[in-house]
Write a protein that binds this ligand. Structure first.
Ligand code: 13P
Length: 337
């Protein structure tokens, strides 16, 4: 195993006061983002959507990594440079989403299992050649009546473990993303129980399947009450529950933990990260790895129009800066103005 290379990549990715942008929406998800601003879902428009963010001057001050999608890693910027190379030149580690999406888990109504192991070794070899040095795999766990089942959690965790071991053999750092969804009317206590169980199971299986835990990054959801619960969790409750979940399920040898935003509004995602950072020192480096909570406000300004690019990029940089402040635990709401 290329342990030295993996460790070097992890330390580049988890540099202090930088975050990781998730720009890896599948064509279908990118289409949803584009539809929200009345832009057609064509290959060129998806490229322009990536160009908006990856072409912003100065991103290397805030980003240590960017997760790309299969289509994007094969695309070039306005100057004809492949996006992975654009990032590498800036000292930003290019990553790639390698799962093929979550599909219905047969026999388990309302639950999902993630596909994409078949042929993965060959795809990883190709992505490595294209410049990717880390890879993300998202598993989806829903909370509801009688779910998640043990079978759903274990199957997804076992698949995550197999993907992670394959990545490491190919010199690619696995970013394990077991996302516990915020959809539903469950309490924060329920979210804490399910997330702790899910993340613990992921590490139980990764250990069994001989993954080197000193060369992985965990990408997790924060712990909070469901969107439809009678009262929304406060930032303090979310931070306390999230830190408790991490302490009870993430081995200390894991070098880094990053958070997804999961549909939280951008300001909440920033504030919650800031409150979590207040619990440091923790055994792991922490960082954000948001998609919607960073790109959303800039997309609304852009609307697919050339004349809005500059203002949109300013908004993007602002959200990056605010999340860096949060990561350092020095964010305040006044900075939003
Ligand atoms: P969000 O921050 O929009 O949840 O996306 C992060 C991600 O990588 C989802 O897989």
């Amino acid at each position: 195993m290329k342990t030295e290379e993996l460790k070097k990549t992890v330390s580049m990715m988890m540099q202090n006061s930088k975050g990781i942008l998730a720009a890896d929406e599948s064509n279908k998800s990118a289409g949803k983002r584009l539809a929200s601003i009345n832009v057609d879902n064509t290959e060129e428009n998806r490229r322009l959507f990536r160009e908006l963010f990856l072409g912003t001057k100065g991103i290397e001050q805030y980003l240590s990594g960017v997760i790309l999608y299969d289509e994007t890693i094969r695309q070039k910027n306005n100057e004809g440079v492949p996006y992975a190379e654009v990032l590498t030149r800036l000292g930003i580690v290019p990553g790639i989403k390698v799962d093929m999406g979550a599909v219905d888990f047969p026999g388990f109504l309302g639950e999902k299992v993630t596909e994409g192991l078949d042929g993965l070794r060959d795809r990883l070899k190709e992505y490595y050649k294209l410049g990717a040095r880390f890879a993300k795999w998202r598993a989806v766990i829903a909370i509801g009546d009688g779910i998640p089942t043990t079978e759903c959690i274990h199957t997804n965790a076992m698949i995550l473990a197999r993907y992670a071991r394959l990545c490491q053999e190919e010199g690619i750092v696995p970013m394990l993303e077991p996302e516990v969804l915020f959809d539903g009317d469950h309490s924060i206590e329920k979210a804490l129980e399910v997330t702790t169980n899910t993340v613990s199971t992921v590490f139980y299986q990764t250990k069994r399947y001989r993954v080197d835990l000193s060369c992985v990054i965990l990408k997790t959801s924060m712990v909070l009450a469901g969107k439809d619960y009678k009262e929304q969790s406060t930032s303090e409750e979310i931070a306390e529950a999230t830190v408790r979940m991490l302490k009870n399920s993430v081995p200390e040898e894991v070098p880094g933990v990053v958070f997804l935003s999961g549909g939280q509004d951008p300001i909440s995602a920033t504030r919650n990260l800031d409150t979590i950072a207040g619990f440091e020192p923790l055994p792991w480096e922490l960082a954000f790895s948001y998609a919607r909570a960073i790109q959303g406000p800039a997309l609304e300004i852009w609307k697919g129009k050339e004349e809005n690019i500059e203002e949109s990029r300013e908004e993007f940089l602002k959200r990056l800066q605010l999340n860096i402040s949060a990561d350092m635990g020095v964010y305040s709401k006044e900075q939003e103005r």
